[in-house]
Design a protein around this ligand. Structure first.
Ligand code: ADP
Ligand code: ADP
Ligand code: ZN
Length: 215
């Protein structure tokens, strides 16, 4: 199963990708997670990417495409993958097409999660993630342990620097200008499936699983 999860910041891409990864035993390829790892490791690429991420802008296409190209060549992607947060521009989508053609692979489906702007802001401001195991939480919709630690491993929870209201506004604008056009891009290719992302997490998952049966 080769899937792209499309949707604005906070739509639930990471949450759904983690569930699909367990269900199908295929890797979740999150460019956001990979870029944050590069920032933590203070690699030259990470240091450069951080400026764009802190401002809520996009990291340049050639950097992100390079990361994804390397990742898709690894053996664990042969049976499928879930792209989460990539592509985010038409240029990235065109580059992905080329990379997949080189690997003799095809996309099965592009799942677009639709969520109202107000709900997105609430999801992003309440988002937390475990500093040890990476599991995501939401203070209201997927709360951590009573003492504020990770339910899975007891780790400390963090809030992302870019999940602040001012940066969130920039990210939303960037999404509308640069990423939203990908809906038409994939609709024209007959790959787009739209899911109501306003449902609770389990219902969204069920909707995705149902539509994947037809892909
Ligand atoms: P994205 O990867 O699209 O930015 P996430 O999966 O990180 O989004 O979700 C953003 C926040 O919203 C997280 O705190 C997550 O726990 C929460 N969340 C995800 N899906 C839902 C949902 N269907 N209903 C309510 N909250 C959700
Ligand atoms: P969210 O789904 O909440 O928007 P991500 O974790 O996917 O967040 O991305 C966080 C930041 O990392 C983005 O705001 C952007 O700066 C950078 N980033 C992630 N993926 C890409 C991409 N495909 N192209 C360019 N920048 C990216
Ligand atoms: Zn944890």
């Amino acid at each position: 199963m080769k899937i792209i999860l499309l949707g604005p910041p906070g739509a639930g891409k990471g949450t759904q990708a983690a569930m699909l990864m367990d269900k199908f035993s295929i890797p979740q390829i999150s460019t956001g997670d990979m870029l944050r790892a590069a920032v933590r490791n203070q690699s030259p690429m990470g240091t450069k990417a951080k400026e764009f991420m802190d401002a809520g802008g996009l990291v340049p296409d050639e950097v992100v495409v390079g990361i994804v190209r390397e990742r898709l060549q690894l053996d664990d992607c042969h049976n499928g993958f879930i792209l989460d947060g990539f592509p985010r521009t038409v240029a990235q989508a065109d580059a992905l097409k080329e990379v997949l053609a080189e690997l003799d692979q095809n996309l099965d489906c592009v799942v677009s999660l639709e969520v109202d702007t107000e709900a997105l802001v609430e999801r992003l401001t309440g988002r937390r993630s475990c500093s040890s195991c990476g599991r995501g939480f939401h203070v209201k919709y997927d709360p951590p342990a009573a003492d504020g630690t990770c339910l899975a491993c007891g780790g400390t929870l963090l809030q992302r620097d870019d999940d602040q209201e001012e940066t969130i506004r920039n990210r939303m604008q960037v999404y509308h200008e640069q990423t939203a056009p990908l809906e038409d891009y994939y609709r024209e290719q007959g790959l787009l499936q739209v899911v109501n992302g306003m449902q609770d997490m389990k219902a969204v998952q069920q909707s995705i699983l149902t539509l994947l049966q037809g892909c």
